[in-house]
Design a protein around this ligand. Structure first.
Ligand code: BMA
Length: 305
């Protein structure tokens, strides 16, 4: 089987910066937005203290990047003292939003990662200064959250992940996300070879004629991470219209199989530029890669497998 997404090169497109104290160890799991002819990347970085910060880089082609010497988001509150992680970025009605995972000392019930996890939403008018709004939920192992690029019937819609499911949440103001409106969307498939343990969303869902195209990640009992796709109803994304059996991408290169965490491809960005989808991803929680496919091919696969 061949993956639908094709790597743009044999090598990663971004590596740790060995001269930097905050990003010398790992760079991974970037959120990317294409705005006025430039790619803007927000990437998770770890350095000497192993705490995640969000770095910023820009590019004309998505392959060669100019990075800022300083991170754009750093831990600023106790609930994120251990790191700000896995940013996903979207523009809605002229404002930019970043959803990221705040990681900090345990508060009540510890999560699978040991500390407390808070799925945060922040906003910006210039992509550099980020104002924290509120978390989608409190007190549970919930991350992999990302906003739809537009309001649906006046509601902001978020995909999130109350382990091991992907779910939807709705908000009028991006601060209050009523529990009673949350619905499960798709879960692990016990009998399927690659997405049988846990699933979570990748980047911002893509609006297509056939529905919302959702890229997601999953892992199996060997903890190999792969990507899949699903189509959600355009008017009512709580309805899953199709979900092929097989994945669209998986670890194959040495730098995806070996690094900080083995056998991981993990994506927070699937953006459409021209006729293609650009999927930026972390390889083995250590470097950043890029894989691309014609959007139409991904839609055909999502519809027919
Ligand atoms: C998950 C994520 C990522 C990471 C992955 C693999 O929990 O939140 O940050 O890439 O684990 O280690």
């Amino acid at each position: 089987m061949e993956p639908i997404l094709k790597r743009v090169s044999e090598t990663p497109i971004l590596l740790p910066e060995l001269t930097s104290s905050w990003e010398c160890a790992h760079v991974f799991n970037p959120g990317v937005i294409y705005h006025r002819g430039l790619f803007h990347m927000f990437y998770r970085a770890q350095g000497l203290d192993q705490i995640s910060r969000i770095g910023y880089a820009i590019s004309e082609n998505g392959i060669h990047w100019n990075r800022s010497r300083h991170p754009v988001l750093v831990p600023s509150y106790s609930y994120e003292a251990w790191g700000v992680e896995d940013p996903r970025v979207v523009e809605i009605e002229g404002t930019f939003y970043m959803t990221y995972t705040a990681y900090g000392p345990p508060q009540g019930q510890p999560t699978i990662a040991g500390g407390a996890i808070v799925p945060m939403v922040a906003r910006s008018s210039n992509l550099i200064h980020w104002e924290r709004l509120a978390p989608i939920v409190h007190g549970e192992d919930n991350k992999d959250h990302v906003l739809f690029p537009k309001r649906l019937k006046d509601w902001f819609v978020a995909v999130h992940r109350p382990r091991p499911w992907i779910a939807l949440a709705f908000s009028k103001d991006l601060r209050d996300w009523p529990r009673e409106r949350m619905v499960k969307l798709l879960g692990p498939r016990d009998d399927n070879w690659w997405d049988n343990v846990s699933v979570g969303a990748n980047g911002v869902p893509i609006e297509t004629d056939h529905g919302w195209l959702l890229f997601y990640h999953a892992y199996d009992r060997q903890r190999v991470y792969r990507f899949g796709v699903a189509l959600l109803d355009l008017d009512d994304p709580r309805q899953v219209r199709s979900r092929p059996k097989d994945p669209v991408f998986w670890p194959e290169m040495a730098w995806e199989k070996f690094g900080n965490v083995p056998n991981v491809v993990f994506s927070c960005a699937n953006i459409v530029v021209g006729d293609s989808v650009y999927v930026f991803y972390g390889g083995a929680d250590h470097v950043i890669g890029l894989a691309v496919a014609p959007l139409q091919e991904v839609i055909d696969f999502a519809l027919h497998g």
